[in-house]
Design a protein around this ligand. Structure first.
Ligand SMILES: Cc1cc2nc3c(=O)[nH]c(=O)nc-3n(C[C@H](O)[C@H](O)[C@H](O)COP(=O)(O)O)c2cc1C
Length: 208
């Protein structure tokens, strides 16, 4: 598939069908992740695939506390959000957090080597490992889109990160940037509109 077509078709999906992702397809998509740029050239990335539903349920039950639609509206109001598309996205997304991770064809935990304290960076360079794994994740999302597979990333709250690292036996020096759920979309999967960008307003010639 043409790269622009894959990029333009990639959208966050939180409603998955039951269709399994073939292991060879998943390997191909993750290998595309390894083609992303890496700060120190070494691509110190590992991926935990949590495919066992019983294990998934046990993990998610400990870290995700389901919120219904009314709860989502309360959160959005508390945050004081005003952009209509943004509010719609959050109100749609918040109640789906548990289910999207539980039902996804693949629930992936990217892990990356973080040699310095993650939450106490002293320079932009100390954030390089985190930045690099996100380059990798974007490659994965675009490669997945080229295969008709879509998904969602969810950042880990601090307590989630701690519990998840322990349960999944992730080595101390490795960090997990997000949950990464991938799958074939359900027939009625919501694709929420992106904000519209006028590129001429975003590119500044020679100075801002
Ligand atoms: C760093 C990051 C964190 C995100 N966290 C969440 C999340 O916690 N839950 C969720 O449902 N979506 C999450 N998303 C997905 C965004 O909501 C989504 O990318 C955004 O609304 C734009 O929609 P699009 O991906 O369809 O273009 C996250 C995306 C990024 C890049």
């Amino acid at each position: 598939m043409d790269v622009y077509k894959a990029i333009n078709s990639r959208k966050t999906i939180r409603d998955f069908s039951h269709r399994e992702i073939k292991p060879a397809t998943l390997n191909k998509i993750i290998l595309a992740g390894f083609k992303a740029p890496s700060n120190n050239h070494l691509r110190e990335w590992h991926f935990i695939l949590l495919q066992d539903r019983i294990q998934r349920k046990a993990l998610l039950g400990r870290i995700i506390h389901p919120v219904d639609r009314q709860g989502a509206i309360t959160i959005v109001n508390r945050w004081g959000l005003t952009d209509e598309k943004q509010c719609t996205t959050y109100i749609e997304a918040i109640p789906k957090q548990y289910n999207m991770l539980y039902t996804a064809g693949a629930l992936i935990y990217p892990c990356y080597l973080q040699p310095t304290p993650l939450l106490k960076p002293r320079s932009l360079s100390e954030m390089n490992p985190l930045v690099s794994i996100w380059c990798c994740i974007e490659n994965i999302l675009v490669a997945a889109a080229a295969e008709g597979i879509f998904g969602v990333t969810r950042i880990l709250f601090e307590d989630e990160r701690r519990i998840l690292k322990k349960i999944l036996k992730i080595p101390t020096k490795y960090e997990v940037p997000c949950h990464l759920a991938l799958g074939y979309p359900a027939s009625d999967a919501k694709r929420l509109p992106q904000v519209e960008i006028d590129i001429n307003e975003r590119i500044h010639m020679n100075s801002w």
